[in-house]
Design a protein around this ligand. Structure first.
Ligand code: ADP
Ligand code: MG
Ligand code: MG
Length: 255
């Protein structure tokens, strides 16, 4: 069992012109076995939330807490966060020329597990997971993300998820850039991971289409840097129908 608690989190983005507050008091609790969809318009701060949890240097937490099983995540190094069981796709480099996917994944798994996976098991594990994601075998020898299409990067993100076996996974716009077939494959892999592991998932998106494949237990509307409404699946249907207008008005009124 694991619990990620985000309490009244405020964070700035650090720019050349100074700091700008983006997160304005986020409250959210995610437990193992639960999938939470975070839905909100462009620019509402969804990615900032995932970067703040990841410890990205361009984002500065000004107040509030992020706790994983009561431990202060904000005081951990990026590696410590991964070892503690947090999976944040964007903590990994975008492109790493000269480092093959298979070496990269093995180093990442070694860092998270605290020891290098036994080579024979590892090769099979990677092969099986790649097959599930319909990633061609030759990708194992390609440089990390170099020249990958948007969809290929997303498949590899989920490959990392499956191999690193986190307790809490933050997936930011996993559906972006995927065609219908890729969306199905990626969603099935996430569902497969959910079925076989006690994981809490935070699924950030602004489209409802991924929620037709990955069933959320909770849906949260994110607007103006905070969660402004929470509900079940029916909330996603309401958003599909009416959009975010009602909530963006609410967020502006609260500023
Ligand atoms: P979302 O993921 O919901 O689309 P983001 O978290 O990416 O939103 O962005 C939230 C807000 O923060 C936006 O207004 C965006 O322009 C601003 N922002 C994010 N990063 C930077 C940056 N590096 N410099 C200036 N503004 C930024
Ligand atoms: Mg966006
Ligand atoms: Mg975003």
């Amino acid at each position: 069992m694991a619990t990620l608690e985000i309490k009244d989190l405020r964070a700035d983005v650090v720019t050349d012109e100074g700091n700008k507050e983006i997160l304005k008091g986020v409250n959210l609790t995610i437990r193992s076995g639960e999938t939470h969809a975070i839905m909100g318009p462009n620019g509402s701060g969804k990615s900032t939330l995932s970067y703040a949890i990841a410890g990205h240097p361009k984002y500065e937490v000004t107040s509030g807490e992020v706790l994983l099983d009561g431990e202060n995540v904000l005081e951990m190094s990026v590696d410590e966060r991964a070892r503690a069981g947090l999976f944040l796709a964007m903590q990994y480099p975008v492109e790493v020329p000269g480092v093959s996917m298979s070496n990269f994944l093995r180093s990442a798994a070694t860092a998270v597990r605290g020891e290098a996976p036994k080579l024979r098991h590892w090769v099979k594990e990677v092969k099986d997971e790649m097959a599930k994601l319909e990633i061609p075998a030759e990708f194992a020898e390609r440089s990390v993300n170099e020249g990958f299409s948007g969809g290929e990067k997303k498949r590899h993100e989920i490959l990392q998820l499956a191999l690193l076996k986190p307790k809490i996974a933050v997936l930011d716009e996993t559906d972006s850039g995927l065609d219908v077939d890729a969306l199905r494959v990626v969603s099935e892999a996430v569902n497969d991971y959910k079925a076989n592991n006690e994981v809490g998932v935070m699924l950030i998106t602004h489209y409802t289409r991924i929620l037709k494949h990955i069933q959320p237990d909770f849906v949260h509307v994110f607007a103006g840097g905070k969660v402004v409404e929470s509900g079940g699946k029916e909330l996603a249907d309401e958003l599909e129908e009416n959009g975010y207008v009602k909530y963006t008005d609410k967020a502006e009124a609260a500023v």
